[in-house]
Design a binder for this molecule. Sequence first.
Ligand code: XBP
Length: 250
Amino acid sequence: MLRAILWDVDGTLAETERDGHLLAFNQAFDALQVPWRWSERRYGELLAVAGGRERLMHDMQSQEHAPADPQERRSLAERVHRLKNEYYARIVAGGDLPLREGVRELMLDCERAGLRMGIVTTTSRSNVEALLKTHLGEGWKSLFAAVVCAEEAPTKKPDPQAYLRALDALQTLPREAVAMEDAPAGVAAAQAAGVPVIITRSYYFPATESADALAAGPSLGRTDGWRPAAEPGCERIDLKQINRWYAQRA
Ligand code: XBP
């Protein structure tokens, strides 16, 4: 029986990478007079590295104007990352980063059905708080039985650590949960923890696939383009549809 839905954040709940983190990184570069900017395309390549600070450190290996001294690099990455998170919170609070279609509706389905939910992300807690407070209100935490962020799970996806922490907090078996993920690293993390996955592809990850996924498709807000196909007649991917896919696999 399905007992919990575990939500990834970046790319799954909202297009946070393209419309939030990327803009905020470039604003932080600007403010700190760092002499380079990231294009949408370059950021897509850099998403292969999980974690904002780790991404910065990786990029500096090929930036000719990056500090040569490793300690200076680390300190620059720290400063950019801290400021990036402040700008990110402002972008989110400004209302320019909506939840993806069908996300709020599926969360409401879960709430009505008494199905527990968890947040499982390796992004910083401040980013999660900014996003969910803006869209779900001050009381957003009460909607989730577990909230696992980078602070609780420092080993980034595709490591299963974040999922294992969430399962532990929920006291739920992996096969009794379903993970909602968009990126290959997230899918791998959930599967390594034994959690079945539903893939909602995103702007930067339009082709994520897994033979073991319960289902994969373009958005929770639409029913075309899903494999296996969604039941005819429904208007979005609702909890009934999630339960159908879950039962098919069981
Ligand atoms: C997403 C990430 C994060 C964000 C930026 O992780 O890789 O690094 O891009 O957030 P997940 P930070 O898929 O687990 O949500 O700057 O806070 O790292």
